[in-house]
Design a protein around this ligand. Sequence first.
Ligand code: SAH
Length: 238
Amino acid sequence: SDGKKFLVTNLSADLHTNYGFVGKEALKAAKPGDVLTTNANNSLYVIEPSFLDLYRKIKRAPQIMPLKDIAAIVAVRGICKESLVVDAGTGSGALAFFLANIVKKVVTYEVREDFFNLATENLKFLGLKNVVIKHKNVYDGIEEANVDLACLDLPEPWKAVPAAEKALKVGGFLASYSPTVPQVSDFIAAVTANKKFIVVKTIEIIQREWEFNERVIRPRSQPIGHSGFLTFVRKISL
Ligand code: SAH
């Protein structure tokens, strides 16, 4: 009841938690909706893991994109189950996998072998069938055509503008995510110089959590951290 979750992946071993343990026989027999009691007399509620429960468990190496920023990409660009999305770089695959759960297909490019391997392992864990991870440098080109959305989360996104221009369909969007202002500025300069694109907007999503504790109802006292700026660009001509 305090929100802590345990993912059970092995039914032939007991589950040990800091709330006590549950034997493997009880785990095997458990169905969603059941309540298991640990040897320390604590209650564990049995639920099927949702996509997001599993997603939160993926291994992270480079900085992953926070859900608040992923949500902005999904909402602002209106992608749907028909959409083809290209993403670079893959990193741990967080953005690619979240989008794959919504769209038709995601193709994601990663230049580093270690991150390519990590993302491949994460993809296997999530069991998504509509993701292709390519061990390639996206600055050298995007092999897909007629792309609805291309997402860039790279140190030098302006270098991927020619590749994105070729790959996107007319009316398709390019979303670039960067932590610093000079990166945003260089990216906007590159797309402004390309007459096939128009810059739609740059936004920063600020999310402030509140605490609710009897009469202490107020914003949490931790400072709001910075993640990145999102710049949206649209391809308007062939
Ligand atoms: N959006 C990802 C995080 C990306 S971190 C997530 O949500 O998990 C940036 C990644 O881009 C790193 O893994 C880096 O290796 C990769 N990268 C950098 N330059 C690249 C390039 N030219 N082509 C492909 N990937 C690149």
